[in-house]
Design a protein around this ligand. Structure first.
Ligand code: ZN
Length: 576
């Protein structure tokens, strides 16, 4: 069970979600809901008809839904921590829980009302896992009856806002496009941008205080500096300096990635950053082994299979790779499928000056390999290639995925803006697709150069099994979309074949290598050109689920193979 604890003493902004519909047999709840929903509604939110509201808590078979997840205890060896480092952990956990409550509001406005209306404990747990009534592993289908489709813009924008209205308003007010603002209507009904540190003022101040207290306890100067600056960033919505300081941290054992960070939750435009937090313990021995790959980035960039204009940027040399055990996940990263590797910061200014840090979350990765990937291979990978499914290859593929985010370019070849701005809602899936395929390109190159002691067949077979694993995240996930696109592209290129008799897939190594190069070139070109229409056409062509693939994925479900993990986490698990 995920340890999601409501944060006491923090004033919620009013729930603004307004797509719940009334089911006659839940009238008493409806009355309660009505009162709760409307008492604290934000100004100028359109109010749905009362007769149109509610939650039916008996709709879904929640115990079946919960089978998608298997539970994993987030433990780590804390014996290397000093006494004051141990004292920091409860403060960081509490700050993380604040991020959790902010993310709840960003994803869905009415957490308290929704949970108040649901009594089935399985359903409540499933709502917590999803941070709302939409199943993140099933393309955000509602699993609470009467709940409408999830708004593409989650709760970042007014529910009645159109894309055209936003674009017209944003042309006059660029704060609307900021990573760190909520978009609401003012008294006149016009769109207005409210910075997170004002919209979530109480919560941001609380988290800021907790980080400041943790900074007092920090012994390592880099960590102390980062926590101090991050504490300030939460109450100013200016994250640049703290991102720079995070890049400068080298000798810390504890790490915390906290704040509004990724933009996947905003599927309308991909502008808005979602609150999250990871608390991490560095594995210094593993980290040293990983360190040397960052030094190889410039050479790998030069070798990318695209014309020079598409690889003209120099990847940061100050990048580092680290292995960590995670001890706490909160907010965005804890919603639905769990991240096993982090590549940050996202700010292109920091990336160009300092590169990025790539954090491999070993314990979470091992859980997914053992509990999910190996069973998937047992069903879907040709028997004679199953021996090629190895943790080393899985770890390597994931590690090089993260490294590969640093390859390619951040700015358009035309010089007119960033790739991310140009590709908007497709930016995340295309970037994830790039990292996957360039990661495999890197493995191939590094094995050739004798820099990586891996077996290419193992990397390929494990990569193929991972595609099935990730497609199961659904097209609501940038990773799910990227993998579905790649599956169809690779299929077209003959990178694998399906054996009708056994219903299993076999890698064709030569075609696989050619497909990796072809897809790398395609994606790097789409990014460098920043041609939104061309990207849309590419997505339309390849992001499709054919009946055969669906039937094969259904076999995984029938075999009871979980899709993802939920964490038992927090001070009690860590015996602090
Ligand atoms: Zn990635």
């Amino acid at each position: 069970m995920p340890a999601i604890v409501p944060v006491a003493g923090i004033v919620m902004h009013g729930p603004s979600h307004s797509s719940l519909r009334l089911m006659p047999r839940l009238l008493p709840v409806a009355a309660l809901l009505g009162a709760l929903l409307f008492s604290a509604c934000e100004a100028n939110q359109p109010m749905p008809d009362d007769a149109d509201m509610v939650v039916d808590s008996v709709a879904a078979d929640a115990s079946t839904l919960l089978d998608k997840y298997t539970t994993f205890r987030l433990e780590a060896d804390l014996s290397t921590l000093s006494e004051s480092e141990r004292e920091m952990i409860p403060l960081l956990v509490e700050a993380s829980q604040v991020m959790d409550s902010i993310f709840w509001h960003q994803a869905y406005g009415g957490q308290d009302t929704l949970l108040a209306a649901v009594t089935d404990p399985d359903l409540r747990q499933f709502i917590h896992i999803n941070y709302g009534p939409w199943d993140r592993l099933a393309d955000n289908q509602p699993f609470v009856e009467g709940v409408g489709p999830k708004p593409l813009g989650a709760n970042y924008y007014p529910a009645d806002m159109t894309k055209a209205e936003f674009e017209a308003a944003a042309a006059e007010n660029e704060a609307l496009e900021s990573l760190y603002t909520m978009v609401r209507r003012d008294d006149a009904g016009a769109l207005t941008a409210i910075p997170y540190h004002e919209y979530f003022a109480d919560r941001m101040r609380r988290a800021s205080d907790l980080l400041a207290q943790a900074a007092e306890l920090a012994e390592e100067p880099g960590l102390k500096e980062y926590l101090t600056l991050r504490s300030e960033a939460l109450v100013t919505s200016d994250y640049l300096e703290s991102d720079m300081a995070w890049m400068d941290m080298k000798d810390n054992t504890i790490d915390v990635v906290i704040g509004p960070i990724e933009t996947y939750e905003d599927r309308l435009f991909g502008y808005k950053a979602a609150a999250e937090s990871y608390i991490l313990i560095k594995d210094k021995a593993w980290s040293q082994r990983l360190d040397r790959y960052a030094a190889l980035l410039p050479g790998l960039q030069e070798g990318l299979p695209v014309p020079p204009a598409y690889k003209q940027e120099t990847p940061g040399r100050d990048s580092d790779l680290g292995a960590y055990d995670a001890i706490y996940y909160a907010g965005d990263c804890n919603a639905g499928s769990k991240t096993i590797a982090i590549n940050l910061p996202n700010d292109e200014r920091v990336q160009l000056e300092k590169g990025t840090r790539r954090l491999q979350l070993k314990n979470a990765m091992r859980a997914k390999f053992d509990e999910i990937l190996v069973p998937i291979a047992g069903e879907l990978i040709a028997e004679e290639q199953r021996g090629d499914i190895t943790f080393d290859a899985f770890f390597g593929n994931t590690m090089f995925h993260e490294v590969a985010h640093g390859l390619g370019i951040k700015n358009l070849v035309s010089g007119e803006g960033t790739v991310r701005e140009a590709l908007r809602d497709h930016a995340s899936a295309i970037e994830e697709g790039k990292a996957d395929v360039l990661g495999l390109y890197m493995v191939t190159e590094l094995i050739d150069q004798g820099e990586w002691d891996g077996d290419l067949d193992a990397h390929y077979a494990t990569f193929l099994a991972s595609i099935f694993r990730s497609i199961r995240f659904g097209t609501a996930s940038a990773h799910g979309r990227a993998n579905l696109i790649r599956f169809n592209f690779f299929k077209e290129q003959g990178a694998f074949t399906r054996d009708e008799a056994t219903g299993t897939y076999r890698v064709n190594p030569d075609q696989m290598q050619a497909a990796v190069d072809a897809l790398s070139e395609k994606i790097l070109t789409l990014q460098g050109d920043g041609d939104y229409e061309a990207v849309q056409a590419f997505v339309d062509q390849y992001q499709r689920m054919d009946p055969q693939l669906q039937a094969d994925l259904d076999r995984l479900e029938a075999a009871g193979i979980p899709v993802d993990i939920v964490f038992e986490q927090g001070p009690s698990v860590l015996s602090l």
